[in-house]
Design a protein around this ligand. Structure first.
Ligand SMILES: O=c1ccn([C@@H]2O[C@H](COP(=O)(O)O)[C@@H](O)[C@H]2O)c(=O)[nH]1
Length: 279
């Protein structure tokens, strides 16, 4: 099955475009007495498994962010693998790793994520140039999401800068990715921030069929209504990510997993008008 087919099925079967971000911060884990004698990595594993159980009815995808697993030290990689194995097989898994390097190194990143971990898709940073994407594009059943217009304030420092012909760096990236997709079977998608909904038009128009990974709703304040308007002519399937607002929704409460489930259900509902455009 290609990445696009799996993505479509995941959105259709869940009737949701929600992607739950797995960003396990040790300082924010629930003080569950059952885990009292567990190591930090074991606590993270228990926490994330409970989050996955609570949210899997409401989302199409999970996005573990590698930084949070790497911060656990050597055990973090085992925890990462445990979590990948735990995620239901009909969900899309995106490794938020933001890799990008010369080809001999990129080949090894591709091997790590697509062969060792057998993940569906990875986020990539195009700053070192478009040839750095090539090692990932030889894996035809997989997907990549390339940082194109990120959700953070610093997007203005580079991505929203104008080139000499007046287009922004983000639009330029989108055009180049569209050209690259024409000669690749691997699905090429873009990461675009919900916080930048007002600027999305010229960025997504050149590559209307690109799957989109859209962080920035929830804690970062992106508007779902503005996002829906920005996407109205976009054909590529979107996944809208929320991490902290879901996984820490029950912070401080004994029945925290119920709040996590409610938060995911609520996001699924709020994203309904976007999901309806694509199912
Ligand atoms: O432009 C980007 C690209 C990636 N991210 C990542 O998404 C989540 C967002 O977390 P929230 O808690 O929902 O704000 C996080 O892993 C970021 O590293 C992004 O925010 N913006």
């Amino acid at each position: 099955m290609t990445f696009r087919e799996k993505l479509k099925t995941a959105i259709q079967t869940s009737n949701s475009t929600l992607c739950v971000g797995l960003d396990p911060n040790l300082d924010r884990l629930p003080a569950d007495p059952k885990w009292i004698s567990d190591s930090p990595a074991q606590k993270v594993e228990q926490f994330l498994k409970t989050v996955i159980d609570a949210t899997s009815d409401f989302c199409a995808a999970y996005k573990p962010n590698l930084g949070f697993f790497e911060a656990l030290g050597p055990d973090g990689w085992d925890t990462f693998e445990e979590i990948l194995d735990y995620i239901p097989s009909n969900k899309i898994i995106i490794a938020d790793a933001k890799r990008g390097d010369i080809s001999s190194t990129a080949e090894h990143y591709a091997k790590a994520f697509f062969e060792q971990f057998d993940i569906d898709a990875i986020t990539l940073n195009p700053l070192m140039g478009f040839e750095t994407l090539d090692p990932f594009l030889s894996h035809s059943s997989k997907g990549v999401y390339v940082l194109t217009l990120t959700s953070n304030p610093g997007a203005k420092d580079i991505l929203l800068q104008e080139l000499s012909d007046g287009q922004t760096v983000s639009s330029y990236i989108s055009k180049q990715l569209s050209k690259k997709q024409a000669s690749s079977d691997t699905s090429i998608g873009m990461v675009v921030g919900a916080t930048k909904a007002q600027d999305l038009g010229p960025v997504i128009t050149p590559f209307r069929k690109a799957p989109l990974l859209i962080p920035g709703i929830g804690k970062q304040g992106g508007s779902i209504t503005e996002l829906k308007n920005a996407l109205h002519q976009h054909q590529g399937l979107p996944l809208v990510n929320s991490s902290r607002s879901i996984i820490y929704a029950g912070e401080g409460s004994a029945n925290w997993e119920k709040s996590v489930a409610r938060a995911a259900e609520n996001y699924k509902k709020r994203l309904g008008p976007i999901t309806e455009q694509y199912v």
